[in-house]
Write a protein that binds this ligand. Structure first.
Ligand SMILES: Cc1cc2nc3c(=O)[nH]c(=O)nc-3n(C[C@H](O)[C@H](O)[C@H](O)COP(=O)(O)O)c2cc1C
Length: 214
């Protein structure tokens, strides 16, 4: 089956992309509003897109309704230019999902989810205490493309709970963190617990040697 995306509705395009760009990491984003109140919401249109400088990109949609008004997270990032991405583990899945409810502005999602925060190192926005790792970010730019919105942020500080850091790299003990990923938007997620397997990277020389063409 082929889908010409010029003929589909945004909802259909969403369903197709949401089911094919998988599994997706989840950025559980904390921000501050202009009164200093913390907001928290999950976003899976998310990845890192550079390391020098360290960049992340997030697709944040509009509030439900006909007007093009960014969700609270996007508005807060425009206003304060700071945000924190908190990593979501299996045990935090339900709390993260609560923060995805379209609450009206000003609602304290973290209080509803029974979560506390910790101060960040370099930004005023706090991180979620129970999250095993957090990325402190500053907005580089927000691009409005049609009715979509891409936020580009620079990661300025990283917190990782000690037990998940192998200091030799430093590497992240990702196989022990039990993060979850989002699948096709029907409430489906994947676990990473006991799901790791290896495909070692080969150099060109190793590949040639194996084929006997060196
Ligand atoms: C796992 C998950 C991933 C989500 N990913 C996105 C996303 O990438 N972009 C988006 O606009 N909304 C996404 N949402 C919906 C937002 O979290 C939801 O609209 C939230 O209420 C926005 O909160 P805010 O207005 O406080 O920013 C996601 C929801 C869940 C549960």
């Amino acid at each position: 089956m082929d889908f010409d995306l010029s003929q589909t509705t945004p909802q259909q395009a969403y369903s197709l992309l949401n089911g094919l760009v998988v599994p997706r990491p989840i950025a559980w984003i904390t921000t501050l509003d202009l009164h200093g109140k913390v907001n928290a919401a999950p976003f899976s249109a998310y990845n890192y897109v550079g390391t020098d400088p360290p960049l992340v990109a997030i697709g944040v949609g509009n509030r439900p309704g006909p007007a093009i008004v960014g969700k609270d997270t996007a508005q807060n990032i425009r206003n304060t230019r700071e945000f924190v991405i908190n990593i979501v583990t299996e045990e935090l899945g339900q709390a993260m999902n609560l923060c995805g409810i379209e609450f009206p502005p000003g609602v304290d999602e973290l209080a509803i989810a029974g979560l506390e925060t910790e101060p960040s190192k370099l930004v005023a926005v706090p991180r979620i205490r129970r999250s095993p790792a957090s990325l402190e970010c500053r907005e580089v730019t927000t691009m409005e493309i049609g009715r979509s919105r891409v936020i580009l942020g620079q990661v300025v500080s990283v917190y990782v709970r000690d037990e998940f850091v192998d200091p030799t790299g430093p590497y992240i003990r990702a196989d022990q963190m039990h993060t979850i990923g989002r699948m096709n938007g029907l409430g489906n997620y994947v676990r990473t617990r006991d799901a790791f397997f290896q495909i070692p990277r080969e150099t060109y020389q190793e590949w040639q040697k194996k084929r006997g063409t060196a």
